[in-house]
Design a protein around this ligand. Structure first.
Ligand code: AHR
Length: 516
């Protein structure tokens, strides 16, 4: 037999086999709205995120204010909706008053979180005007480490007060008449972590946070507050106990509790790396349970949601000890498998869309970031593309889909399906988005996708990231290697479903239409 006929026979045999996996969609099984703030980001005074990243005074690439124009364009393309600032660990040693007024008179201060010196030339007004310029909601993290409650209250007065008061007048003197109306504030960063400046136990933290919330709301009653949940998943740390105390003591005052998660492929085991969805799901679900317990039996006037306000892949640029990061401070070079991890995080956020109402990728530029600059320009890292694409689903409703797929043993995490999926629905456009990560390193997976209700239109749109080399990465002048492919394809519909073969180690978004 000729090789071509053998290939044809093999293909026919494969098509005749039942699909290995199934994704069953029902538009009545609604989880919740994909809140636009799930596509948030984070800019910390750390390495080259602010200085040399979003802000570079005197650069031919910057505008008259010092904002890098090429970076702003890339940020817009990323679909960022809300931006957290000024840290991170940096926030716990930051005095916001150093960063206002004439730039040449601002003090340079040592930053004891990252061992840097901050010129303070980028401060509150520069940040808030940057947000206005790029059209995103600002989100400020107060200093709950070395800072005081009154400083936090005064910060709200500076940004939001419309009457003639000392801090509002100072804002006017600094060139800004109209209040900025900053709505989102977090009550500190990772205060449970011993690495944090001004680290506290849960008792001391909640005392501080309760009074800070009261004082800040006296300055502006309309603000939304995020409590610092635990980010300490290390041995011996009891992150559940911290979150329980925070929720019990701060209920009625806070609108969100934060979660942080960084993952890494330290063992160079692709399938285990992408099994981290089990941890993300678990952290969200346990925290949701704690929220329910804290609010049980009470009249809920202020619901509490989860703000997953730091997440990413981060393990290479960590230096010898956690914060000994040298000159390249957290400058991760991302590759194709990291891009797949972006889909994994979003799938988890979407599956919990009823409770996760904010998420912030850490971070925006250079520092563990999708955008990477030098003095001459920038390149887009592979993780940029899934973030930008998933962002198109903001405002959709997440659906609870049945996902059956071949399983694998993911170490201590037990058995997991190779397919990690989420589905969202845009009722107005009658469009379904099926987001599928195939985390098998070696197997394509034939999958039947079916809709319980409504007829599928016969043409589908595909967006896919696939690369033979899991470690393929980008650099300056070469950032087109790991990019998505998009195409339209007629579907071979059988009743109300069709079969698609998801390539090994790939991330695919299938956009389907339901006929009216
Ligand atoms: O994003 C980098 C650092 O990670 C942040 O400063 C801190 O909050 C976290 O530990």
């Amino acid at each position: 037999m000729k090789p071509l006929s053998i290939l044809l026979l093999a293909a026919c045999a494969l098509l005749a086999q039942p699909p290995q996996a199934r994704i069953k969609i029902d538009t009545d099984r609604r989880i919740g709205e994909i809140h636009p703030h799930i596509f948030g980001n984070f800019a910390e005074h750390l390495g080259r995120c602010i200085y040399g990243g979003i802000y570079e005074e005197g650069s031919p690439l910057s505008d008259e204010k010092g904002y890098r124009k090429d970076v702003m364009e890339a940020v817009r393309g990323l679909g960022v909706t809300i931006l957290r600032w000024p840290g991170g660990n940096f926030a716990s040693g930051y005095n916001w008053k150093d960063g206002i007024g004439p730039k040449d008179q601002r003090p340079a201060r040592p930053d004891h979180a990252w061992g840097d010196i901050d010129s303070n030339r980028f401060g509150t007004d520069e940040f808030l005007q940057y947000c206005e310029r790029i059209g995103v909601e600002p989100y400020i993290c107060i200093n709950a480490g070395l800072g005081s409650i009154n400083e936090a209250r005064e910060w709200v007065e500076y940004t939001n007060e419309s009457r003639q008061t000392y801090w509002a007048d100072l804002r006017r003197k600094n060139g800004r008449d109209k209040p900025y109306n900053v709505k989102y504030w977090s009550l500190g960063n990772e205060i449970d972590g011993p690495w944090q400046l001004g680290h506290k136990n849960a008792e001391d933290y909640t005392k501080f946070a309760l009074e800070a919330a009261k004082a800040m709301r006296r300055a502006d009653a309309s603000i939304k507050l995020v409590a610092a949940g635990s980010s300490n998943f290390g041995p011996g740390a009891d992150w559940i106990a911290w979150n329980r105390v925070v929720l019990e003591r701060l209920r009625g005052e806070i609108d969100y509790i934060s979660l942080h998660t960084y993952i890494g492929n330290r063992e160079n085991n692709f399938e285990n790396f992408l099994a981290a969805s089990a941890d993300i799901d678990q952290r969200i679900e346990i925290t949701e349970g704690l929220i329910r317990a804290a609010l049980a039996g009470r009249r809920v006037t202020r619901p509490i949601y989860i703000a997953f306000d730091e997440w990413n892949v981060w393990y290479r640029a960590r230096g010898g000890s956690e914060f000994d990061t040298g000159a390249t401070r957290l400058e991760e070079k991302y590759n194709f498998e990291d891009a797949l991890a972006m889909g994994m995080f979003f799938n988890s956020f979407f599956r919990h869309a009823h409770i996760v109402k904010m998420a912030n990728l850490a971070q925006l530029v250079n520092v563990i970031a999708p955008i990477f600059t030098n003095k001459q320009g920038l390149f887009l890292q592979p993780i940029y593309f899934p973030i930008a694409e998933y962002g198109k689903q903001k405002g959709n409703v997440a659906l609870e889909a049945l996902v059956e797929s071949p399983k694998y043993k993911a170490g201590y995490r037990g058995e997991l399906g190779y397919l990690d999926a989420s589905v969202t629905w845009n009722a107005k456009a009658r469009a379904l988005y099926v987001n599928v990560l195939n985390r098998s390193a070696s197997q394509d997976i034939t999958t039947r996708i079916e809709s319980v209700e409504g007829r599928l239109a016969p043409l589908a749109e595909f967006w896919q990231m696939y690369h033979e080399d899991l470690k393929a990465a980008h650099t300056f002048g070469d950032d087109r290697r790991v990019r998505p492919r998009t195409w339209k394809e007629p579907l071979k519909l059988d009743r109300n479903g069709f079969v698609y073969r998801f390539p090994k180690h790939s991330l695919t978004i299938v956009k389907l239409a339901l006929e009216p």
